[in-house]
Design a protein around this ligand. Structure first.
Ligand code: FE2
Length: 286
């Protein structure tokens, strides 16, 4: 395949993101901000060009077999340990199937299309504008900053909250059926875990649940730290492949040793050092 520039990976007609003064870019940014304020989620349809989508999909498909699957295939909403001091029906102590896998960030080299797009400054600047942040940084976690979520037939990702506040995803290949992204906007806040609200969703309450019809080539913004979310079981024959790019408002943040080991099967000295002196903005359980 011809080598594409990061700009060519994106549909420039619809999303001229490197043109800082373009009215079209400003309009897109405004739309994203409106959607994020509404429910913590925004989608840019057809963000990737045809060639760009093909290039990123090829790189993900080549690495699909490298996906790490944690043999402990159940998780709670915090993707953490149970707490015996809490009641058995507390969300912390309720475990559900988490059977999808992840291809780690360090499986892509710096010259890959995926990594070059992730590291492209105009993309970061555009996302920063969309998220209305004073600063944004590439997430410095060497294992998890740019990954592919692999969801084969029968696999699912349980209801959970993310560690990082913002997640940027690009769907590369959808499931033929199932594999749907569902979320409950702003279910918790920095001051309140809202255990009762979380319990209701785990018990099957669909009142606040929204479902997203993502298509290959779409870019999704999601504020996953406060919105509970999951991906329903893949009930088709095609593997769902989702590219996930993480950014942080603060430089130097990485995931916790426990979470990174659980999701990716590998931690580095950076994780061990950060866990000894965590950089955190709130006191949520993770
Ligand atoms: Fe998530």
């Amino acid at each position: 395949m011809t080598r594409l520039t990061p700009q060519q990976i994106i549909d420039q007609d619809r999303y001229p993101i490197a043109a800082a003064d373009s009215p079209q870019r400003r309009e897109v940014v405004d739309d994203v901000r409106t959607s994020l304020a509404d429910d913590g989620c925004a989608v840019l349809r057809g963000f990737l060009s045809g060639d760009g989508h093909a290039a990123l999909l090829a790189e993900a498909a080549e690495r699909e077999h490298l996906a790490f699957y944690n043999p402990v295939n159940k998780a709670n909403v915090h993707l953490g340990d149970p707490d015996p001091t809490l009641p058995a029906d507390h969300p912390r102590n309720r475990f559900f199937p988490r059977t999808n896998g992840f291809v780690r960030a360090d499986e892509w080299d710096e010259t890959s299309h995926s990594k070059r797009l992730y590291d492209w400054a105009p993309l970061k600047d555009f996302l920063q504008d969309c998220l209305a942040k004073d600063e944004l940084h590439v997430y410095e976690d060497p294992v998890s900053n740019m990954i592919v979520n692999v969801q084969r037939t029968g696999e699912e990702f349980n209801w959970h909250f993310d560690t990082n506040e913002f997640t940027i995803t690009m769907l590369l290949q959808s499931a033929d059926s199932g594999g749907r992204f569902e979320y409950v906007p702003d279910l918790r806040s920095p001051a309140d875990e809202n255990d009762a609200g979380v319990t209701a969703v785990l018990d099957g309450d669909r009142t606040g649940v929204r479902t997203l019809d993502l298509r290959p080539g779409d870019l999704q913004f999601f504020l996953g730290r406060f919105s509970l979310h999951r991906v329903t079981p893949n009930t088709g024959d095609t593997t769902r492949l989702l590219l996930i790019m993480s950014f942080s408002e603060r430089p130097g943040s990485v995931g916790s040793v426990q979470r990174i080991r659980s999701l990716y099967g590998k931690v580095t000295d950076e994780h061990r050092a950060a866990s000894a002196a965590p950089v955190r903005a709130d006191a949520l359980m993770d």
